[in-house]
Write a protein that binds this ligand. Structure first.
Ligand code: G1P
Length: 263
């Protein structure tokens, strides 16, 4: 719920879902995370209060958020890893392909990262993960893929041949990492059930994907745009500056303020 400019980080993620044309969101939260779901649902008392005190702009904002998308939430009682977080949604999602968006990863760019993945899914009709290049020394913070080109496609779509979660730089199969966006087929649930704890003693989604790869093809799409890790202090600050510069209300004044700084 940490805000970037004027909305909580999670709202950027939900807006990416909406802008990509999907309509339902399942939030996986931990018991100590408070009422995130409440942020996306109508709050009659708050709305009445804003109406009565003439705060119509704020009222409109609160109503828009509530109408954005249908949001349900599932609790992950114990922090047993990202793969486990996906597993706890099984009873809600096991029927058809779905997207996974990590709440710390936010993106800017003309076409939402998720929309690019959905278009890639239309082409390959199989699970597809977003990928991006990072400096070789940074790979140990991420899930890393080994890929090969797909004949006849652009230089953005690849067939995944292997995956490793948080490898040491010398063991990494490439410097292509997964920045927290996935389209997965329901086959991932069976693969995750068979996945043993991996890096950090957690059930890793990357390891589940490796299991899925034994049964189904898996693709990687090198998305266009910029990704920020809101869980990292410096990246969070950079994201705040970038989104503030693009903000329709404060962008121009903020740009002038930055220009006037003597750094
Ligand atoms: C998680 C995933 C990792 C992915 C990363 C993206 O790691 O396990 O594969 O590359 O998110 O942000 P975490 O950031 O939870 O350590």
């Amino acid at each position: 719920m940490l805000p970037i400019v004027d909305r909580p980080t999670i709202q950027y993620v939900v807006e990416e879902v909406v802008r990509s044309g999907l309509e339902k969101v399942v939030l996986v939260t931990s018991p100590d995370k408070g009422d995130i779901e409440g942020h996306f649902t109508h709050n009659a008392r708050l709305e009445q209060h804003l109406r009565e005190s003439g705060k119509l702009k704020e009222l409109q904002m609160v109503e828009e958020i509530a109408e954005m998308v249908s949001v349900a939430s599932v609790r992950q009682e114990n922090p047993m890893g990202l793969g486990h977080a996906v597993l706890v949604t099984e009873s809600l999602l096991a029927e058809e392909p779905f997207a996974v968006l990590l709440g710390d990863d936010i993106f800017s760019g003309d076409v939402p990262c998720l929309k690019q993945l959905l278009d890639a899914y239309e082409t390959c009709q199989a699970s597809v993960v977003a990928v991006m290049e990072v400096p070789p020394e940074a790979v140990s913070r991420y899930g890393v893929v080994a890929v090969e080109p797909v004949e006849g496609s652009d230089d953005r779509l690849f067939r995944v041949r292997d995956l490793v979660e948080k490898p040491a730089p010398e063991d990494a199969p490439s410097n292509l990492i997964i920045p927290g966006r996935y389209i997965l087929t329901p086959g991932i649930f069976e693969a995750l059930h068979a996945t043993q704890p991996g890096a950090g003693g957690e059930i890793q989604l990357t390891d589940g994907l490796k299991g899925l790869l034994e049964r189904e093809p898996l693709y990687a799409y090198r998305f266009r745009g910029v990704r920020y890790d809101a869980g990292n202090k410096l990246d969070y600050l950079i994201a705040t500056v970038q989104f503030a510069l693009e903000h329709p209300e404060v962008g121009e004044e903020f740009r002038n303020y930055l220009k006037g700084l003597r750094l």
